[in-house]
Design a protein around this ligand. Structure first.
Ligand code: PGA
Length: 264
């Protein structure tokens, strides 16, 4: 796991966008796994800028989103479908047919989850998965206690997550959906590369636990310790409770020196 500590939200967003852009340039038909929430908005803004000003080409890219609220239609302003179009897709040259987001208003959610898993396989799996993290350590909507082998399925949201997300809903907490369709931890771990971003002091505990604590289903992000290619980009606040900051910065400072041994 590579841990990159940046000054602030802006620097975190630029770094994450640069990693995604590099992946797309290397493999134009990249399959991207995408996330919603407040964390990736800056990353998406920078990807839009890279598209508009530097010609970053999304025409062959396919995307799969992590999750969606169950019970919201894709037109609902707080649906993740709406979020993705507003904050990214409508500003870039992605082929609409290449966008996959779980559907919140399906008749048979179990059937849909199975179909979603198969669809990801059909595309040869996800090349690069972008993740945020919840204050309870969740990735996607894999709340504490989710199996680390779990697949795309319906999940009941934790009350903390409902409280965290209530800020997006206009009225009261009751309005926030209680259920979601989410990729499982096992689904996420099959991505070839993973990029997790986090900012702000309210993520500091979760980041310390998932990076430096034991692997546990109580902090589902900790399962990323079992993955071979994870990059974590944090701002200083989210990194503030890490114990080994000195080592992460030492790795960064020596990165240019190790390149010659890596044949890249
Ligand atoms: P946030 O959500 O980016 O809005 O903090 C992250 C998450 O819950 O995964």
């Amino acid at each position: 796991m590579e841990v990159i500590i940046t000054r602030d939200y802006n620097e975190m967003s630029l770094k994450a966008a640069a990693i995604i852009a590099e992946q797309i340039k290397k493999k134009p038909d990249t399959v991207l796994g995408l996330a919603t929430g407040s964390t990736p908005i800056g990353t998406y803004k920078e990807l839009i800028r890279l598209h508009k000003e530097e010609g970053l080409d999304f025409s062959k890219v396919t995307t799969f989103n992590l999750d969606e609220y169950l019970g919201l239609s894709s037109l609902h302003k707080e649906s993740y479908n709406y979020f993705m179009w507003k904050n990214l897709f409508k500003h870039i040259n992605i082929n609409h047919e290449n966008v996959y987001i779980p559907k919140g208003d399906v008749q048979d959610a179990e059937d849909f989850c199975h179909w979603y898993e198969e669809k990801i396989k059909e595309f040869g799996g996800i090349d690069l998965q972008l993740l945020g993290i919840g204050s309870d350590g969740h990735i996607a909507f894999n709340e504490p206690g989710s199996s680390l082998m779990s697949r795309t399925r319906v999940k009941t949201l934790d009350e903390q997550t409902i409280r965290d997300n209530s800020r997006f809903f206009r009225k009261e907490e009751e309005e926030v959906p209680r259920f979601a369709i989410t990729m499982g931890v096992g689904t996420i771990l099959e991505a070839k590369k993973i990029l997790l971003i986090a900012n702000g002091v309210n993520k500091a505990d979760a980041c310390a636990k998932f990076i430096e604590g034991p692997v546990t289903s109580q902090i589902t992000a900790s399962a990323l310790q079992l993955h071979q290619h994870v990059t974590v980009v944090l701002d200083e606040e989210a990194a503030s409770k890490l114990k080994r900051i000195g080592y992460y910065n030492w790795v960064r400072d020596n990165k240019h020196l190790v390149q010659k041994y890596l044949g890249r």
